[in-house]
Design a protein around this ligand. Structure first.
Ligand SMILES: [Zn+2]
Ligand SMILES: [Zn+2]
Length: 114
């Protein structure tokens, strides 16, 4: 193998790995941004005391709820199921309190506690 060929091959390999590295960094940054956004949304929702469903109904985070993970019914915070046997550390979703709606709203506390 000539030196030129070897150098070309080296350059090609380096550029491929640089590209892969860049994509990896971009993917990591996107994940970090998503988690940060989720945590910020959780804090905002906790400060407001409500979450809003897809149709725009505000549901209070305090009241009577049924846990989306284990079906436990309780009064308290919509985000934390008091059932000790519950497999979820935090409620995965909340159902809209509007009787005609009932859509599920993803829990804003999924990433970071409020
Ligand atoms: Zn609704
Ligand atoms: Zn539960």
């Amino acid at each position: 193998m000539s030196t030129l060929k070897f150098l070309l091959r080296l350059a090609w390999g380096a550029s491929v790995w640089t590209l892969v590295g860049c994509l990896w960094v971009v993917a990591l940054a996107r994940d970090a941004l998503g988690i940060a956004r989720g945590a910020a949304a959780g804090r905002r929702a906790a400060a407001r005391g409500t979450v809003v469903c897809e149709r725009g109904h505000a549901t209070l985070l305090w009241g009577k709820f049924e846990c989306g993970s284990c079906g436990f019914r309780y009064t308290g915070s919509a985000l934390w199921c008091p059932n000790k046997e519950c497999p979820a550390p935090a409620t995965a979703f909340i159902n809209c309190s509007e009787p005609s709606c009932g859509l599920s709203i993803p829990s804003p506390s999924r990433w970071g506690s409020p």
